[in-house]
Design a binder for this molecule. Structure first.
Ligand code: SF4
Length: 500
């Protein structure tokens, strides 16, 4: 479908609501990213005293958000033994808050038309070689049937470019289309139970509309918190070039009562230590403004090669594997209770290592071309993708590999459906009591998935893990354990979507 450049421009100009930015600024009209202060904090933290580092680790163990100076100190650690202590502490915290669960999901790309010119992205408007498409509602239902019925996914992140063809009407209709699909399985039925959205920043009225169709997490990544870099990679006259419209996307989400939000940085655009500080400044700002409700998840994609996207290759700020793993550890320690997502941009080896540093969510069977789940095109075809993937494991392989490492793959989506979001989820996470429910729901959904979708090899290793987990479940209160045991037996017999 063709939309003229003139229409694009008129549409772009209608999107930004300046009043929905200005109301969040400081009395002096500043946003909350103070670059001079961040540079000073990083500089002051050079050559940290190991005793001070260990004091900071003790604070992380208490599930407290670290102060900026403390995060800066951890970022400046270079001693190998101290780095290993940090990694071990990060994993210890993750296990305390989230136990040995890894939540899984799949991305579903809905539309790749885009009015923007991000120099790192294959969907940028200048890329004339990109195969452009927007899924019709029937195509969305077909993709959803494949995701739910062939792969067994329960949770999606749906992704859109920024364009009049993917405006709020399309967002709303497409999320509804996903929720409307039910597929018969061996023992019951399969469907997508949680739809998270990764989209451009929206105004408050549009966010309310998404909330009303069952939005899970709303994700907007700032890409870079460094003002000058942000301007450099987004141009000066594009819709996305408005740094503050993007920076306050989650303030507007909270105002729209969308209290489950995901932040992220695209690492490789600017100095990674600065970006970690910026990302955490954002978390703290949200916590300060919205009764302790910060980010539910944080994501940390690295630049990957993309078609006709000059910044996606040979960036002077490219983050090495070593630094990437270190930044995951520092994020885990700085916001001990926050979900952390490591996607299939990364290789299997890096993702395995990230699990040992406390990440909580991974995608699987990932395909990022439009229509790719039901049409099976060549995954290495640049002209259909935003970037290239690093981990092409199927969900069956991922589940098996994680089980081999002692991790249970969770397909649980109960939390937001029974109101465990916002303030409530933050309290449960900070007090390490969220796991009481979530681990049991992880077992129930793992049972479902093994029965409906697992290969014989995966089922065998999964069964061994389930036996161990069932023994551990007996530690819960008698009432909770009784309810769980009843649900487990019913799930074995074919009941679906039971949760405590
Ligand atoms: S990163 Fe997003 S906004 Fe930028 S060109 Fe790509 S799809 Fe468009």
């Amino acid at each position: 479908m063709a939309v003229s450049t003139l229409d694009d421009r008129a549409w772009s100009q209608s999107i930004v609501r300046q009043d929905e930015v200005d109301k969040y600024l400081s009395d002096t009209g500043q946003d909350f990213i103070n670059e001079d202060l961040i540079h000073k904090q990083l500089s002051d933290a050079r050559d940290p005293d190991p005793r001070h580092v260990r004091d900071i680790l003790a604070k992380s163990r208490e599930m407290q958000t670290l102060a900026p100076e403390e995060t800066a100190t951890l970022l400046q650690v270079t001693d190998g033994d101290l780095l290993e202590e940090m990694r071990v502490t990060g994993l210890e915290i993750k296990l305390k808050v989230y136990d040995n669960r890894i939540v899984t999901f799949a991305p579903l790309y809905m539309a790749n038309h885009c009015v923007n010119s991000c120099t790192y992205c294959g969907f940028r408007r200048e890329n004339k070689e990109m195969h452009r498409a927007r899924l019709s509602m029937e195509e969305i239902r077909r993709e959803t049937r494949a995701l739910a019925g062939e792969f067994g996914h329960k949770r999606l992140i749906v992704v859109y470019g920024e364009h009049p063809l993917s405006d709020i009407d399309y967002l709303e209709e497409s999320v509804n289309a996903v929720y409307g699909v039910r597929v018969p399985t061996k023992k019951g039925h399969a469907n997508i139970r949680r739809v998270n959205v990764n989209a451009a920043p929206l105004d408050i009225a549009s966010l309310k509309r998404l909330r009303n169709v069952g939005l899970g997490t709303f994700q907007v990544f700032q890409e870079s918190y460094h003002h000058e870099t942000y301007k450099r990679v987004h141009g000066s006259k594009t819709l996305k070039s408005d740094y503050r419209w993007r920076l306050y996307a989650m303030h507007r989400a909270q105002d729209a009562e969308v209290d489950d939000v995901g932040l992220g940085v695209l690492f490789g655009l600017y100095d990674w230590k600065f970006e970690v500080m910026g990302l955490l400044a954002h978390v703290r700002e949200l916590e300060k403004t919205w009764r302790g409700i910060g980010a539910h998840t944080i994501s940390f994609p690295r630049l990957e090669p993309a078609q006709n996207a000059p910044t996606s290759r040979n960036s002077r700020y490219a983050v090495s594997d070593e630094d990437f793993l270190k930044l995951i550890t520092v994020l885990r320690l700085s916001v001990p209770y926050t979900g952390m997502i490591c996607t299939a941009r990364e290789s299997k080896e890096i993702r395995d290592e990230a699990v040992l540093r406390g990440i909580t969510q991974m995608d699987a069977s990932t395909r990022i071309g439009l229509g790719a789940y039901s049409t099976h095109y060549d995954e290495q075809e640049e002209a259909r993708q935003q970037f290239m993937l690093g981990d092409s494991r199927s969900i069956d392989e991922l589940v098996r590999d994680l089980a081999g490492m002692g991790y249970i793959t969770s397909f649980c989506t109960a939390g937001y459906r029974i109101g465990r979001t916002g303030e409530r989820i933050m309290r449960l996470l900070r007090t390490c009591t969220e796991g009481n429910f979530c681990k049991l729901n992880a077992i129930l959904t793992f049972r479902e998935w093994l029965d409906d979708f697992a290969s014989p090899d995966t089922k065998e290793i999964g069964e061994a893990l389930i036996r161990k987990e069932l023994a551990g479940a007996a530690d819960r209160t008698p009432k909770l354990h009784r309810k769980f045991s009843d649900y487990y037996e019913r799930t074995v017999k074919g009941a679906r979507d039971l949760y405590v």
